[in-house]
Ligand binder design. Structure first.
Ligand SMILES: Nc1ncnc2c1ncn2[C@@H]1O[C@H](COP(=O)(O)OP(=O)(O)OP(=O)(O)O)[C@@H](O)[C@H]1O
Ligand SMILES: [Mg+2]
Length: 263
């Protein structure tokens, strides 16, 4: 059975796309056939994974049509910037840069959120892992992603409001699970881009109190090479100066995929 993981947080800039992209490289390297669905109208994940090549095949916005007859994911096999394993094992359902059609999904009725699950039914079965990069909002696209997922992972950047944000997100996740997708499991909260400031340490303590069982044990610190790798669209471990970042990412992804994304 394919594992379908949504990377979600209604806050922007917390590392959803970064961790989603590095997850795709990690799964691909381990030989798993991986599909990435880019649900963010900014389209950054698509341009990175395609290596700047022309984006082809089905667009993510089309998944919301009520009468989509065929889905053609784009293969990343022409992306010469990444190692062979990435090229061969990663497909994407892409979003062009600043896609107005995908942005408009938020002004449609909520019922539109059921369409991607229906349209993707057959496609999902062809992959070991399907990784969904979600936009920073609690809207129709997030609900659509959660409706078709088996798991949800929440990257968090610690701040004074981290707990409040997580409570809002968990309410949305549990709402979708109870209404539409009883199979949905919360894989966990991934602390990312961490420094050791007083504010962050306090926020971490509050989160540990509020949702102890949801926090992954491993964390990713503020690591500029991870930013560089993601901007370049390459696995962080391929950067010669990125070994500390790569180790942290590897520990987090191992914990996520081996211990948290189960069943
Ligand atoms: N651990 C880290 N260390 C340093 N930089 C990081 C780290 N994690 C993410 N970044 C950088 O922070 C920025 C935001 O990350 P990213 O785009 O992954 O967040 P996001 O949650 O997907 O944002 P959005 O909600 O806008 O889609 C990027 O420039 C990324 O490279
Ligand atoms: Mg993003």
């Amino acid at each position: 059975m394919s594992k379908i993981i949504s990377y979600t947080n209604q806050k922007g800039g917390v590392g959803k796309s970064t961790i989603c992209i590095q997850s795709a490289f990690d799964r691909a390297e381990k030989g798993f056939k991986t599909l990435v669905i880019d649900l963010d109208p900014q389209g950054n994940t698509s341009s990175r994974l395609s290596g700047g090549n022309e984006l082809t095949g089905t667009k993510a916005a089309q998944l919301f049509l009520s009468d989509l007859d065929a889905i053609e994911p784009m293969s990343c096999k022409n992306n010469s910037k990444v190692p062979q394993y990435c090229r061969d094992n990663i497909d994407i359902i892409h979003t062009p840069k600043n896609d107005a059609e995908l942005a408009k999904i938020e002004s449609q009725p909520l019922t539109i959120s059921a369409n991607p699950r229906k349209n993707l039914q057959e496609t999902l079965q062809k992959y070991d892992y399907v990784l969904i990069d979600c936009p920073p909002a609690l809207g129709n696209k997030l609900v659509a992603a959660l409706m078709l997922s088996t798991h949800v992972a929440c990257p968090v950047k610690l701040s004074g409001f981290a707990v409040d944000g997580i409570e809002g997100l968990l309410r949305t996740i549990i709402g979708v699970r109870d209404r539409d997708n009883s199979a949905l499991q919360i894989a966990g909260i991934i602390i990312n881009d961490m420094d050791n400031s007083v504010v962050q340490r306090k926020a971490l303590e509050s989160l540990q109190k509020a949702v102890p069982h949801l926090l992954l044990e491993n964390r990713i610190m503020h690591r500029p090479p991870l930013d560089a790798a993601t901007s370049l669209g390459v696995p962080v471990k391929t950067l010669t100066y990125g070994h500390v970042a790569a180790k942290e990412v590897d520990l987090v992804l191992t914990e996520l995929f081996e211990e948290r994304v189960t069943g």
